[in-house]
Design a protein around this ligand. Structure first.
Ligand code: APR
Ligand code: PHB
Length: 391
């Protein structure tokens, strides 16, 4: 088999890259290790920056997103039993949209299949070869047959545990990493969310977040131990902990209980590799960087990466102009590091750190107070949260 760009991974990064390249008339093949059902049902975060919504809309992927997405103009920071609203729209003129990542993935897969373009699901033994030549190759097994795909370029969009980053010879990549001493226990519950906007709560028992998937489906998270077993928590314990952490002085927390439909634990990590390229292999999305979920930047960064990458690939395939591809890693990393800084900051501000001394504790409370009561402080949170401008 032969294609212009071989794409490993059918998450948001790989699927959107394939879509943008198709619109530019460039031929791609997408290879995915899991089944279609698995990638469409995998529950992940669900908050889109305005720039992400704009990119999806311009690419013709906005129909269901505009119908079903919930547009939010603000968020609440809750601490010391009091809520403080950050007016995202008033401060920045932008909004965010709640729309599950798996809904974006479903829309992308439907668009790809409607275009008659290939996605091979359930491929095994994927390997990338000859990366520092002009004819890189992907080998894999599909429906019981060994196959080889010759490419001009390969996009490694295969997530944090994929094979593409691992195929780059050691010593060529620099890794930057922070592992946090906690994780999130997340549930999906058949209950209306406690507020029409998101609530980020800092509490001495640990962080809690109340978000949603629809007006009748709550998505709720609790800071927990990094090795927590989600099934070791009874439903009652989860609800009691959420009530405690979301409690308000002199008012009901508004948290409503319902059947817990799903539960899981999300690890918290900051991770970047530099450069995001080796020869003709380009890493995008979680294959190259991970953020803790506190600022909801993961999918938004994957989308920004592939938008820049698609333009660079187009310039190369059309005019054999390598300049944008050569600049790609540095261009993408400039945005990635700002999102890394923001995600790390929001995580540090809102979580309980068991090893924090009383001085650090007071500093965090002062910073929260500053963010909630200074226009400059609130603006700094708001402009990062809604997404820094795309180029
Ligand atoms: N061969 C083929 N596909 C693979 C392989 C492999 N060897 N290894 C992994 N994959 C697939 C995974 O099954 C997954 O579907 O690559 C895909 C990677 O998708 P994501 O993990 O969703 O990563 P990405 O597209 O970069 O999207 C980033 O996903 O993890 C969230 O929070 C993150 O929202 C962010 C977004
Ligand atoms: C989510 O809706 O899953 C979500 C929203 C905001 C976050 C993290 C997760 O910061």
């Amino acid at each position: 088999m032969r294609t212009e760009v071989g794409i490993v991974g059918a998450g948001p990064a790989g699927l959107l890259l394939a879509h943008l390249l198709h619109l530019a008339g460039i031929d791609t093949v997408v290879l995915e290790a899991r089944s279609r059902q698995h990638v469409e049902e995998r529950i992940r975060a669900g908050l889109l920056e305005q720039g992400t919504v704009d990119i999806l809309t311009e690419a013709g992927l906005g129909d269901r997103l505009h119908r079903e997405g919930l547009r939010h103009d603000g968020l609440e920071l809750r601490f010391d039993g009091t809520g403080h609203r950050i007016d995202l729209h008033g401060l920045t003129g932008k909004r965010v949209t709640i729309y599950g990542q798996q809904e974006v993935v479903k829309d992308l897969i439907a668009a790809r299949l409607a275009q008659g373009q290939p996605i091979l699901f359930e491929v095994a033994d994927t390997a990338v070869h000859d990366l520092d030549t002009t004819r890189p190759r992907i080998t894999f097994r599909h429906e019981g047959r060994d196959q080889a795909l010759d490419c001009d370029l390969i996009a490694g969009c295969d997530g944090f545990h994929g094979i593409c980053r691992a195929a780059i010879p050691t010593g060529l990549l620099t890794v930057f990493e922070r592992v946090y001493p906690f994780a999130w226990l997340g549930i999906l519950a058949a209950a209306p969310p406690p507020s029409h906007e998101l609530i980020y709560a800092r509490h001495e028992r640990g962080f809690a977040l109340a978000t949603m998937r629809s007006p009748s489906l709550s998505r709720l998270y609790l800071q927990c131990a990094p090795d927590e077993d989600a099934h070791a928590w009874s439903d009652d314990r989860i609800w009691a902990e959420l009530h405690a952490r979301l409690a308000l002085h002199g008012a009901a927390s508004q948290l409503r209980e319902g059947t817990i439909l799903q539960r899981g634990v999300t690890a918290m990590r900051s991770f970047v590799v530099e450069p995001m390229r080796h020869g003709r292999l380009f890493l995008a999305g979680d294959a190259a960087h991970i953020v803790p979920p506190t600022g909801a930047k993961g999918m938004n960064l994957a989308v920004a990466d592939v938008r820049v990458l698609a333009r660079a690939i187009e310039a190369f395939q059309r005019g054999r102009n390598m300049a944008l591809l050569d600049a790609w890693s540095a261009t993408a990393l400039a945005r990635i590091w700002k999102a890394q800084r923001f995600s790390w900051w929001m995580t540090s501000l809102l979580h309980r750190f068991d090893d924090a001394d009383p001085f650090e504790h007071r500093l965090r409370l002062a910073e929260l107070d500053y963010v909630c009561h200074s226009r400059a402080g609130a603006m700094s949170l708001a402009e990062n949260y809604v997404g820094l401008p795309l180029d």
